[in-house]
Ligand binder design. Sequence first.
Ligand code: ASP
Length: 305
Amino acid sequence: MSWAVIGTWRMSLKGTEKAMEILRSGGSAADACTEAASIVEDDPHFHSVGYSGLPNEDGHVQLDAGFMDGDTLHFGAVGCLEGFRSPIRVARSLADRKYNNFLVGQGAAQYAAANAFEKRINETEDSMNAYNKEKGKNSPLSSYDGHDTVCFLAIDNDGHMAAAVSTSGLFMKANGRVGDSALIGNGYYVDSSIGGACATGLGEDIMKGSLSHTIYMKMKDGTSAKDAAAVSVQQLHAELMKRQNYAGGIAAIALDRSGSYGVGTNEPFAFTFASDQTPACTYFADAENGSTKIHVYQDTDPALD
Ligand code: ASP
């Protein structure tokens, strides 16, 4: 068996390298994805995940995260979690329960405190500067730019697969808003017997296509990870354009049980990948004439988080 890991945006590189270390030494896909997402959550340089995330309209960093185990299909998720260090660890800890796998807001915080998860104030000077600058503008609060989600999908040496996603969601989002990232089938879905997918971009539009589950179902029907991701994003984009005359930025990654990956996007998108055959590397993807073009990330490419 071989191992592989794929992550969204440039910010995933350190996480992919960490996952690589874990997978290379025989660790599980679940640990690889969790540790990878957690490293990104801890890094204050990335402003759309965890510590130093983007505040909501009230100036609070409310975090969403989801975890899925591809063997059992168990999942755990938190939405609008405030005041804790690692939403992905909290999400994962909810995955093996029969009920109550997805907790939000105060309930999620109560659970995290009761289970001794490390507390942390995630609002930093940088987060609050961004917030105050936006709030100071005369126009209504509508800055939905600058968001991104870190997503990881991995397969380990024993063929187990897992997914982990973490985000602060849309900048200036409404208090209590939960996006696609924490929602199974939307921000993530993985089944070790087939493969999995994760999404990033405008959550409200991703949810209209249940994007990760749609990609997974195509793979289940025999489509390659490459085509499943590219075609599903194109189809969702076209459907959104037809019905609402606009489509938010949407990107998705897919990984199958043989370690082959796919990417779909309707905007410039960066991702990272590593496997037992390929060293960790950052790639750039963009939609071109109905297909997804990919090359190794170059300095001349836009600085995508
Ligand atoms: N999908 C995330 C959300 O809507 C944001 C992103 O990935 O850019 O919360």
